[in-house]
Design a protein around this ligand. Structure first.
Ligand code: ATP
Ligand code: MG
Length: 610
């Protein structure tokens, strides 16, 4: 390919729309253009990168025996209603784009494909003899993300590889899950990425075991917690840890304390010398469901602990009244909402776990009872400080037995706290959790039988009776991966693509495009490289050498061959992009010197590190 034919439009300055370096470099290097919020055109250079990633993904997926397929992006609402996910994905903070067709039938644009594939499985899979089977596709997905940002990292239209496996039993599911884990490690290594596998929350997809693959980078949106012995790694959404011990409160009975304006734990503790671990804070929240009544929540936490919203959502989901439908959101109760419900104001900042359900008695639409939950660290406190449920007043030396004498008032104890960096590890208390930021590039799940039961996808087992299929699903964010690679591989001059996913492997640059000897030799080398099977680019533009070198560095081609003043003597320069290592050599020796290094890099990190 010749640069003059490449439609290469590079930008000298950082575009205002980009915050993180990979996004800036992809825009500046002419890889992408923004069409609308979270919607990007993949320009020819990026398309080559994406195709190389897809090739690696296909190669490794096919090697596991998975079958490639292509499923419809327009999906009938009916399938999502049968799985129970239509409301959750379309109402409230739901991320599915949806529309009505000319007959008024509702359709969604596929954010994921469990419903479609399970419907197919119900039709195609009849007997245990057909199992296991693993189907995958590489396709555009649509998600109306609440905060599309960082270019391809969180788009509203993006490319995903998604695979779905079907099994006769859980053991077989476990085997394929393990094979996918291995295939994913190979895929990321071949793409030149340092990725770590972490325990993950299963989220709206559902199911039991799940693991994410994180590309470690400062710009990552996820916080991952790992132990330095390498035995524990989890997304903070899911991570567990041992809490620091609470400092016991010296009190044998409960007294009331005047605490004017001291609404926060911080204000309370600094005014009276309490340690936050001696206090219980109460969060009043409202959970909204697709069909059921809004449910007020009273969540108690030890004052020094942070609420983990994902753990809370899972807990609320598991305790919702049957028929409530999907959980849409959980948000703090506001004074305006209380007023709207016709309820009396609450002493926010001074509420304790003993707050009576009587305050909800006359609610218009809410369930008139709190769902009472507490983190285990709060429930373990013998005596503590908490709100007195009266303005400007706290209780000191309260105990659960005094405050909540009836089982009705007593909260259910759960793990609701966020593990924090520095916490002791559960597997080995001498280890501490360390934090790192990560970009989620892949996610594998053991779904179990949730979807096959809902969509009646059964098979006949060896004993001759029908049972629901066991399922797994496995995603890779292909377009996000391309940008994650830039986040991990760049320098002050531009991108440094790993060879395996670079749009071109080598760029040949005649320093002076008006010099016939230089252009002649450059053309010859370009031909020789292509004949040797190298993905080569020739910068045939009549630009100054400096401009061409800058562009080559910016777009990040791993190797540069410079044909300059030495051309008449047959001398050229070979420059490696990463680290800018350059070497002068005879033009005739180019292939001999370049090919062994290139072959080695083509294998990716995997073999190099094996
Ligand atoms: P996230 O937590 O980042 O929103 P997710 O957990 O919802 O992602 P999955 O349903 O697990 O995503 O999708 C599989 C993969 O698709 C993810 O691991 C990620 O790499 C990619 N992906 C998900 N959402 C987006 C998006 N909006 N833009 C680009 N890639 C995405
Ligand atoms: Mg995920």
């Amino acid at each position: 390919m010749r640069v003059s034919r490449l439609l290469l439009v590079t930008l000298r300055d950082d575009p205002a729309e980009a915050e993180i370096v990979s996004h800036k470099l992809l825009l500046r290097g002419g890889y992408i253009r923004r069409i609308s919020s979270g919607i990007y055109a993949y320009l020819p250079l990026l398309w080559r990168v994406l195709q190389k990633i897809e090739h690696i993904v296909r190669d490794e997926m096919n090697a596991t025996g998975a079958l490639e397929t292509l499923l419809p992006q327009l999906q009938p609402a009916e399938l999502w209603q049968r799985s129970g996910r239509w409301d959750g994905y379309t109402a409230g903070e739901g991320i599915m784009f949806h529309l009505d067709d000319r007959q008024g039938r509702a359709l969604g644009l596929g954010p994921t494909h469990e419903e479609v594939i399970t419907t197919l499985a119900a039709d195609l899979l009849r007997s245990y003899r057909q199992l296991p089977v693993n189907l995958y596709q590489i396709q555009t997905k649509f998600r109306d993300e609440i905060r599309p940002r960082f270019g391809l990292m969180r788009g509203r239209e993006f490319i995903m590889k998604d695979a779905y496996s079907f099994h006769a039993d859980e053991a077989s599911l476990g085997q394929t899950y393990g094979a996918m884990d291995q295939a994913y490690r190979r895929i990321f290594a071949r793409c030149g990425l340092r990725a770590v596998a972490v325990e993950a929350d299963s989220g709206a997809i559902g199911g039991s075991a799940s693991q994410e693959f994180m590309v470690t980078a400062e710009a990552g949106e996820d916080l991952i917690l790992t132990s330095s012995d390498g035995r524990y790694a989890a997304n903070q959404e899911r991570a567990v840890s041992l809490p620091s011990p609470a400092i016991p409160l010296q009190a044998s009975s409960c007294t009331e304390l005047t605490t004017p304006g001291q609404r926060s734990i911080e204000a309370l503790c600094s005014a009276h010398g309490f340690d936050p671990s001696q206090t219980v804070k109460v969060l009043l929240l409202l959970a909204r469901f697709a069909t059921g009544q809004p449910q007020p929540l009273l969540v108690s936490l030890r004052g020094d602990q942070q609420l983990n919203e994902v753990k809370l959502a899972n807990a609320v989901n598991g305790r919702a009244e049957s028929g409530a439908g999907a959980l849409l959101e959980i948000a703090p109760i506001t004074p305006e909402q209380l007023q709207g419900e016709g309820l009396a104001a609450l002493p926010f900042g001074f509420v304790g776990p003993q707050l009576s359900d009587a305050v909800l008695e006359s609610a218009r639409t809410w369930t008139p009872r709190f769902l009472r939950l507490a983190d285990a660290t709060a429930l373990e406190l013998e005596r503590f400080v908490c709100g007195a449920c009266r303005p400007d007043s706290h209780l000191v030396g309260a105990s659960w037995g005094d405050l909540c004498p009836t089982a009705f008032l007593r909260p259910t104890g759960l793990d609701l706290r966020s593990a924090q960096p520095g916490d002791r590890c559960v597997h080995e208390p001498t280890q501490r959790l360390e934090a790192a930021r990560g970009i989620e590039v892949g996610h594998i799940f053991q779904l179990g039988r949730k979807y096959s039961q809902a969509l009646e996808a059964t098979f006949t087992n060896e004993a001759g009776s029908d049972e629901p299929l066991w399922m797994g699903c496995y995603g890779i964010g292909v377009s996000r991966l391309a940008q994650a690679a830039v986040e991990q591989h760049h320098d002050s001059q531009g991108i440094c693509w790993p060879v395996t996913i670079a749009p071109f492997e080598v760029i040949v640059v005649p320093a002076n495009g008006d010099d016939p000897q230089q252009t002649q030799l450059a053309e010859e080398l370009y031909d020789a490289l292509r004949q040797a099977g190298v993905d080569a680019l020739l910068d045939d533009r009549s630009e100054r050498a400096g401009v061409k070198f800058k562009d080559a560095d910016l777009i990040g081609i791993p190797w540069r061959v410079v044909v300059g003043r030495g051309a008449p003597q047959g001398r050229i320069e070979l420059v490696r992009r990463r680290g800018t290592v350059s070497q002068e050599l005879e033009a005739s020796a180019l292939l001999n010197s370049l090919m062994p290094a290139l072959q080695n890099e083509r294998l990716g990190l995997l073999e190099q590190h094996a």
